[in-house]
Every structure is written in C-alpha cells, then in structure tokens.
Design a protein. Structure first.
Length: 126
C-alpha cells in the first residue's frame, strides 16, 4: 500500500506541474503548434533521462524515490496521450505538415533530451 501512495503523490505533483506549465505556455504563446505539450514531453524526457541515470549509477538511492519520481511524477507529467490526440487534431484540421513537424520534432528532440539528461547526470556524478 505504501508504494501506491508514493506513486500517487508523485503522480499528483506531476499532473499539477504538467497542467501548470502547459497552460502557462499556452497563455503566453498563442500558436497552432501545441508548444505546451511539446515542452512538457521534452522536459519530461530530460528529467527521466537524468534521474534514472543518477538512480542506476549511484545505486544507493531508496527504491521509493524511483517510484515517486520516475513512475509517479514523470508518468503523470508527460503527456503522450495528449500528444497523440493533438496530432490527430492537426491532421483532421488539414495541417499535415504541422502534424509531421510535431511528431518528428517531439520524438527527435525528446530522444536528445533523454540523452542530454543522462549525459548531464553522468557528468555531475564524476
């Protein structure tokens, strides 16, 4: 039961962070490109890359911390289902090039963000 509560706490914090960041970006930068979701997904990729690298390489962190951050927080913070729906909306509204840009940049830059997070974490551990 304790593990579920830890995941729930991380998930609540991640969901609040996602909502806050996506709405802040959407309110400040009016664009057809779903920039708020894109930034959440890229920053979530960076966070999980950095955190799991630190977690795996230090090896002495409490397992509950992994549940709190990687499973709970990042799991609720990233927005893959929203990403998929927004891609469908772009396609259905006749913007296939914007949809392709959204998907390709999210996957490419998200992968680079995971790599960057892992590289930064390794550098900080040295």
């Amino acid at each position: 039961m304790k593990r579920f509560l830890i995941i729930a706490l991380g998930g609540a914090l991640g969901a609040i962070a996602r909502y806050g960041l996506a709405n802040l970006i959407g309110a400040k930068l009016r664009t057809e490109f779903p920039l708020g979701t894109w930034l959440v997904n890229v920053s979530g990729s960076f966070i999980i890359g950095a955190f799991l690298t630190i977690f795996n390489e230090i090896g002495t962190l409490h397992p509950d911390l992994r549940l709190l951050i990687a499973v709970g927080f990042v799991g609720a913070y990233t927005t893959f289902s929203t990403f998929e729906f927004e891609t469908l909306q772009l396609l259905q509204s006749g913007r296939p090039l914007l949809a392709i840009l959204y998907v390709s940049s999210s996957v490419t830059i998200g992968l680079l963000a995971v790599w960057g997070g892992a590289a930064l974490a390794r550098r900080l551990l040295i």
